[in-house]
Design a binder for this molecule. Structure first.
Ligand code: ZN
Length: 303
């Protein structure tokens, strides 16, 4: 192939890629979705309820940290044009509050309302409400019901389909819950100890009888940072308790967690799904798939 042929071939390939990107919109999303969800977790639950009846858009996509997300003008337009906006609340998507308020969207539903919250760590040391409720499938079911209610209010003629889809997905969450329990029960009891990157897995830990030992970022937000003293104490605790692994999430670069794992000579699992779904095809691109993938990684590292 001559250099000029190669060049035109490259340009052609580039043009094809660009055309594909335009056709798919932002990450394969509909340009003007009927419903917009703030996070990938809420979006996947909404798609399970919506089926093919309405289109669903996501603001904070897979692999992206919702705690520190910066909204774009395009996000504001999609929120404003949708029939309803679904949010997590409890501080997780607070970075979007301003863009939601200025978008003109009147119907804003917090899908975690009514869930019993655990108190998690905060940078100030004062326990804070933990927004990562979906790591307990029972809470996810409450979210599914809230989403079905919100969609049925917005699109009343499709209510019976939403109710049917919600019941089917909640059944799936029940079987996922049972499967996770079996996986965690396979871990020797003395090894069921978790050190995480930020305090994001508290509901999972509580649901499946694991023990929370500490977090590298001792906060339910990723915005915090541990002091040198706190990190030294964490290292001591890891050694004293015989902790097997540190678990970090896919949406944050776990630099400090890696150093601590190295210093204490334990394993680091750096790809748990905490605050966001996995990419399409990862097996963690649904909530049930994400929870099950996490359980397998945890069981494997602690066995
Ligand atoms: Zn988080």
């Amino acid at each position: 192939m001559s250099r000029s042929t190669l060049r035109s071939f490259t340009l052609l390939a580039l043009a094809a890629t660009t055309a594909l990107a335009v056709a798919c919109g932002t990450g394969g999303q509909p340009a003007r979705p009927d419903v917009v969800a703030t996070t990938s977790i809420i979006a996947t639950l909404t798609k399970a309820v919506a089926g093919n009846e309405v289109t669903v858009g996501t603001i904070v996509g897979p692999g992206i940290d919702p705690h520190e997300y910066e909204a774009s003008a395009d996000d504001a337009a999609r929120i404003g044009n949708a029939r309803v906006l679904l949010r997590n609340g409890i501080g997780l998507d607070a970075s979007l509050d301003r863009v939601i308020a200025s978008s003109g969207q009147k119907i804003v539903v917090t899908v975690t309302d009514g869930i019993q919250l655990r108190r998690g760590e905060s940078e100030g040391g004062k326990p804070e409400d933990d927004p990562h409720v979906w790591h307990d499938p029972r809470n996810a079911k409450i979210m599914v019901d809230a989403i079905a209610k919100a969609l049925s209010t917005a699109f009343p003629d499709k209510a019976s389909t939403f109710a049917k889809n919600a019941a089917a997905y909640n059944g799936k969450l029940d079987s996922t819950d049972a499967e996770i329990r079996r996986l965690i029960e396979g871990i020797p009891a003395a090894n069921r100890k978790m050190v995480t990157n930020h305090d994001a897995f508290g509901y999972f830990i509580a649901r499946y009888g694991l023990t929370y030992v500490g977090a590298v970022i001792p906060s339910v937000s990723t915005a915090g940072e541990a002091s040198a003293k706190q990190l030294a104490e964490l290292q001591e605790t890891i050694k004293r308790e015989g902790v097997k692994a540190i678990f970090a999430e896919n949406s944050v670069e776990p630099k400090v967690a890696r150093e601590i794992a190295k210093d204490t000579k334990i394993t680091i699992v750096d790809d748990l799904y905490g605050d966001s779904l996995g990419k399409p095809g990862s097996g963690a691109d649904t909530l049930d798939g994400m929870l099950l993938t996490n359980a397998r990684k945890i069981a494997n590292a602690l066995k």
